[in-house]
Design a protein around this ligand. Structure first.
Ligand SMILES: [Zn+2]
Length: 330
């Protein structure tokens, strides 16, 4: 493994060596992610709720886009059976048994196509409606916070006008739809521009990078030199995944911060204590979105942490930025 010099900016202390994952470098260089990091609202409930909502809605859109639209038993209702039997009865008057069989097969086949097409049309409406929700929510948030973040990207869907199947995604190229219709020009398709989030934004939210960057910023605005999401080599030769590094020579603090998007437990404290010892950090912080519910467990976690020079800031999204500053600085 090639190790690079990895220090928070403006460091005055012994060097850190380590590396960063290439995925992290890619995600953080995405302009939409950069905007989120720079907006200063990552540790607010409002932005968190917005982003988690985006994640769920985006997943639903991807599910709908990739779901097969063939029909199954559930799609075939009693009403459909009645409808087919009625036509069958009308069309088979005076016909032989063999002819009747052929007519029935044909009727069922046609009716299945009709059901599948209706199912696809409903899917088209649902995709568009979720996409509109995403855009409206972003727009409302931008207005509310007077903020210029883009977050969403757009993808084009090209639908077959006959069967409402998604013929192409992102890029149009000519060909035959699975229903048999030849589609040679874009204008022959029905197009929708769909809002969604990029893979990078999804990773940023899903992998809790938002929390780490929110915490890093909190140290940074308080005059610390910081680094976020680094693997640093401990004195033992073991590499440690560190969420946030913050140091201030004037305050004589070299801090390692661990971020948990859940309730913490004793093993989190022990693990961080081990990392502090191995990396030469004299103070530890554990930031968590959860709050330890069991009072006895909570007492033990906090007692252990304070005996190891580790501060716990739990329920982090419940705090204002000013309160977080106080908690970090005191
Ligand atoms: Zn088609």
């Amino acid at each position: 493994m090639k190790l690079n010099l990895l220090n928070p900016r403006g460091k005055r202390w012994p060097d850190f060596y380590g590396d960063r994952s290439s995925i992290r470098n890619r995600v953080e260089s995405n302009p939409a992610v950069k905007e989120l990091i720079d907006c200063g609202l990552l540790l607010t409930k409002e932005l968190n709720t917005l982003l988690l909502g985006f994640l769920i809605k985006n997943r639903r859109i991807q599910e709908l886009i990739t779901a097969p639209t063939t029909i199954n038993d559930k799609d075939w209702s009693e009403k459909d059976t009645t409808e087919v039997i009625k036509i069958y009865d009308e069309q088979t008057i005076g016909k032989s048994k063999d002819e009747g069989k052929k007519i029935l097969t044909h009727l069922i086949d046609n009716h299945q196509k009709k059901i599948a097409s209706e199912k696809r049309k409903k899917r088209k409406v649902e995709i568009k409606s979720i996409s509109d929700d995403l855009e409206d929510e972003l727009s409302n948030f931008r207005t509310l916070k007077n903020l210029n973040i883009s977050t969403l990207i757009h993808t084009n869907l090209y639908y077959c006008p006959d069967c409402a199947e998604i013929f192409r995604k992102d890029t149009f190229y000519s060909g035959k739809c699975y229903c048999g219709k030849q589609l040679s020009r874009v204008s022959e398709t029905n197009q929708d521009s769909i809002a969604c989030i990029s893979d990078d934004v999804e990773i940023f939210v899903k992998n809790n990078m938002w929390l780490e960057h929110g915490v890093e910023r909190q140290f940074s605005i308080n005059g610390y030199n910081t680094a976020c999401g680094v693997n640093i080599m401990g004195s033992s030769g073991v590499s440690h995944e560190v969420d946030v590094l913050a140091e201030s020579a004037s305050k004589n603090k070299r801090i390692i911060g661990e971020c948990k998007n859940r309730e913490i437990d004793i093993s989190d404290v022990f693990k961080l204590y081990g990392q502090m010892a191995d990396t030469g950090c004299n103070i530890g912080f554990i930031f968590s979105t959860g709050v330890v519910q069991d009072p006895q467990k909570s007492r033990q976690v906090f007692r252990l942490a304070s005996s190891k020079n580790i501060r716990i800031i739990d329920g982090i999204l419940e705090n204002t930025s000013e309160r977080l500053n106080e908690l970090i600085l005191n």
